[in-house]
Ligand binder design. Structure first.
Ligand code: PLP
Length: 364
């Protein structure tokens, strides 16, 4: 059997008729940028998240850097972020000239909230929370710290569409919730896309102005902005997918539950969910000591896997200027050396799931 780590075609074929009808509708409409599809998607996604506003943007990275820009966080400021995140989280901070201050992750791969306080200085302006792999972080503790030290909170929800902490959607706790609609995300477009959700009217307006060359009224540019617009085609196709998102997340949860119930190999450490958190299983991440061996073993049997992520941001070439050496963040680095994401996609068959489980159980 051949099972790649991800199969985006399956997700398309599940709702093929709806996607194709919607795409034709947009093609024939004669309106392709900032029209009714974006406006409707923004309303629907804000409602889905339980937020007041949503602003569609061109990517998840844009959502992050524009968030720090409109919050006025830049040169001379520090932002706390977990060490084991995707590089884009960190770029969202550094594009603005601010400095990332890394904190080690906990056993759930999210920021270790017991290690935040020791990193707070008089320069700290915000905490960037990443709901990594789809699991909600401990937002109660993060919001308590943010209040105590008067910090902004930005949530990187690029992997957590629909995940909740104590019943409340990720993205709605802090000042800004940043989403990516990159095709492989749980709510994926057919190209790049992103959005922010906010509850503050002033911030909502700032994002709207910023994404469109800093103008609200054409040719009246109030600030130096960007061109970061979700386009009509992506918004329209996202509306189709959003209507099925709970179904999509439920299917991923079923696959995860099947893995967790049946994978039984002392060499393979399975993911855990924190009490109070839900996960939408953007990834199902296991750990093994000899990862290369495990990965090759699976590959030889037709099972694709991906490492999320092999090089932690503090050791990336781009961030050499921060001056970190190997050993600076031992837990982050140990995770980078041992994590592996198993196949996880909607449309995965029972046969495929069982095959992955059987092959892993036979690993020695
Ligand atoms: C995908 C991702 C991003 C970036 O989103 P893009 O739309 O690809 O720019 C940011 N943070 C995390 C955690 C991600 O997984």
């Amino acid at each position: 059997m051949n099972i790649p780590a991800n199969r985006l075609d399956r997700g398309f074929y599940q709702y093929q008729d709806e996607f194709e009808a919607k795409a034709l509708e947009v093609l024939r409409s004669g309106w392709y940028v900032l029209g009714k599809e974006v406006a409707e998607f923004e309303k629907e996604f804000a409602a889905y998240c339980g937020a007041k506003y949503c602003v569609g943007l061109a990517s998840g990275l844009d959502a992050l850097w524009i968030a720090f820009r409109v919050l006025g966080i830049g040169e001379g400021d520090e932002v706390i972020v977990q060490g084991n995140t995707y590089i884009a989280s960190v770029m969202g901070i550094t594009i603005n000239g601010a400095t990332p201050v890394f904190v080690e992750p906990d056993a759930f791969y999210n920021i270790d909230v017991t290690k935040i306080e020791e990193k707070i200085t008089e320069r700290t302006k915000a905490i960037l929370v990443v709901h990594l792999y789809g699991q909600a972080s401990n937002m109660t503790e993060i919001m308590r710290l943010a209040e105590k030290y008067n910090l902004r909170v930005v949530e990187d929800c690029a992997q957590s569409h629909g995940a909740k902490w104590n019943g409340q959607m990720t993205g709605t706790f802090g000042d800004v919730g940043c989403f990516s609609f990159y095709p492989s995300k749980n709510l994926g477009a057919f190209g790049d896309g992103g959005a922010v959700v906010i509850n503050d009217e002033v911030l909502d307006k700032k994002f709207r102005v910023f994404r469109n060359y800093g103008s609200e009224k054409r040719y009246h540019n109030m600030i130096i902005g960007a061109n970061s617009r979700l386009d009509e085609m992506q918004a329209a196709l996202l509306r189709v997918r959003l209507a099925h998102l709970d179904e999509i997340n439920a299917e991923r949860a079923d696959i995860a539950a099947a893995y967790t119930a049946a994978i039984n190999n002392e060499k393979v450490l399975l993911p855990q969910i924190r009490t109070g958190a839900s996960s939408v299983f953007h990834q199902y991440v296991v750990r093994t000591d000899d990862r290369d061996k495990f990965m090759n073993y699976l590959q030889d049997r037709g099972i694709g896997t991906i490492i999320h992520y092999p090089i932690p941001p503090h050791l990336a070439e781009a961030y050499q200027y921060l001056g970190y050496e190997k050993g600076a963040y031992p837990i982050t680095e140990a995770y980078a050396d041992t994590v592996l994401s198993l196949p996880m996609y909607t449309g995965m068959t029972q046969e495929e799931i069982k095959y992955v489980i059987d092959v892993i159980n036979e690993y020695k």
